[in-house]
Design a protein around this ligand. Structure first.
Ligand code: AMP
Ligand code: ZN
Length: 480
């Protein structure tokens, strides 16, 4: 039988009374408002859906928090249930009012815009060390599934046709609002954003939006409800069903999606499926802020992942995102980035000192696994990595294979420490190439007896933290 990773770790732990706590993954379920033991419906097919980006511009680092947090959960689930037994879907919203606006403003076809930003998003997420999800469905490839779901809702009396499209009738669902625990007044205030003179109830929301004059053909589909395009929430309900099934184990996203987006996903899926639960565990990450204000495109206080990657290695950004517990706030500052780089330098230096140590298969350290199993306590898990590095720096040779193995296995569970430590010390490739060229220039200057120039290059590099080491084999360098 397959051995869950959390259980394998336990075999090394003498204290038997600790077992049940460590064996379980516990997650804070927004739906229940408490931390619960995670039990999938089927341990051979654990399913997770996370709402993905609307692809009309660059992702900011706040948008990257859910993909990084849920990537750590994906890795933990794979370790526990087996890599082939976890199915993870993150969608692309490639039809939306904002995309239509962008196309009308720039004159570019919709597909050019969505393909460009989808590609950039994929590259950004890979640079942050995220594994590729099992599925990345695009909304425009599931219009038929959305129509089928809407037909079901209409047939069951949960949807009605208006002039501006098809509406979900909120009073037709008794339990609407359970996830967000909103009262009716709050709900109406939230839903009022969606104006529609043809709504029966102010809380009703759009399933299908009738096409307006002048809108591009690429954002229009025929349907039994007229020519138009889907509302945002029906996209997720249909894609989750198509890729994962009617009931999924885990549904994730940022806290701002709880209402109305996730509330509406629940309403659509559960009403279409005769009350069958849509998602069994709802997980929501807290906001990333700058100067205590939520980072958001509408406020304009954003740092784009793409720009940050020009200055910082993706792993530093990942470390910074994991430095706070996912449910709490995280303030994005230069100091946080400097600190994250310093922590990684320290961890990679410990590995570098053990470059020659040969490692057999080693399990991730029990303390780190326990931290992650406890509602993804990444700050605690990072503290465990730091503790291991301190221990490794003082360790006897006999203990080094275990310590190196634990650092690497623990890092892998968090998507960290998988680079060559020497490469890390040298910095990223473009920077390394530039420094290599300067070092070569200095050697040439010395050969030409232009010592002033050679010294100048050495001093310039030293000023940016690069030390040149001259030896019998030639000159090498390292970042200090
Ligand atoms: P959006 O592009 O606004 O739909 O956001 C995409 C994802 O990023 C959603 O899961 C949001 O909840 C999440 N998100 C947006 N802004 C932030 C933020 N400042 N901090 C954390 N998550 C965010
Ligand atoms: Zn969604």
């Amino acid at each position: 039988m397959r051995q869950p990773a959390c259980v394998q770790v336990l075999s090394n732990i003498p204290n038997v009374t600790e077992r049940p706590r460590l064996m379980e993954i516990r997650l804070t379920n927004t739906y229940a408002r408490e931390k619960q033991v995670f039990e999938p419906s089927d341990p051979d097919r654990v399913t997770m859906y996370v709402c993905g980006p609307t692809v009309y511009s660059y992702a900011h680092i706040g948008n990257a928090r859910p993909p990084v947090v849920f990537d750590v959960l994906y890795r933990l689930l794979r370790a526990k249930f087996g890599a082939d037994h976890v199915v993870y879907a993150v969608n692309f919203t490639d039809v939306d009012d904002k995309i239509i606006d962008a196309s009308q403003e720039t004159g570019e076809p919709i597909s050019t815009i969505t393909q460009r930003y989808e590609q950039i998003y994929r590259e950004d997420m890979a640079a942050l060390g995220n594994l590729e999800p099992t599925f990345r469905p695009r909304a425009t490839e599931h219009i038929g599934d959305m129509i089928a779901l809407m037909e079901d809702l209409a047939a069951k009396g949960h949807a009605y046709q208006g002039e501006s499209g098809l509406w979900f009738h909120v009073p037709s669902m008794e339990t609407y609002g359970r996830l967000s625990k909103r009262n009716r007044d709050d709900m109406i205030a939230g839903a009022r954003v969606e104006v529609g003179a043809d709504k029966k109830d102010p809380a009703d929301f759009a399933l299908w939006k009738a096409a307006k004059d002048g809108e591009p053909d690429a954002a229009k589909w025929d349907s039994p409800f007229g020519v138009g395009r889907p509302g945002w929430a029906i996209e997720c309900s249909a894609m989750a069903k198509a890729k994962l099934g009617e009931t999924i184990d885990i549904h994730g996203g940022g806290q701002d999606l709880i209402f109305p987006h996730h509330e509406n996903e629940i309403a659509q899926s559960e009403c279409a499926h005769g009350g069958k639960p849509f998602a069994r565990y709802w997980l929501h990450n807290g906001f990333l802020s700058m100067d205590s204000e939520k980072m958001s495109k509408s406020l304009g206080n954003v740092k784009l992942v793409h720009q940050l990657l020009e200055k910082w290695p993706g792993e530093v950004l990942r470390m910074a995102l994991l430095s706070a517990h996912y449910r709490g706030p995280l303030d994005w500052t230069d100091a946080l980035l400097e600190q994250s780089r310093a922590t990684l330098d320290r961890l990679y230096n410990a590995l570098r000192r053990m470059s020659d140590v040969v490692v057999e298969d080693v399990e991730p350290p029990a303390g780190l696994v326990a931290a992650l199993c406890d509602d993804l306590n990444t700050p605690q898990a990072l503290a465990e990595l730091s503790r291991l590095a301190t221990e490794a720096n003082k360790a006897k040779d006999a203990d080094k294979p275990r310590l190196k193995g634990e650092l690497l296995a623990g890092g892998a569970l968090m998507g960290l420490l998988q680079q060559d430590p020497d490469q890390w010390a040298r910095g990223d490739d473009s920077d390394a190439a530039r420094i290599d060229a300067l070092v070569a220039e200095r050697i040439a200057a010395r050969k030409a007896k232009d010592f002033a120039k050679a010294d100048q290059i050495r001093n310039d590099l030293a000023a940016e933290g690069v030390e040149i080491m001259d030896g019998p084999q030639g000159s090498t360098w390292r970042k200090v």
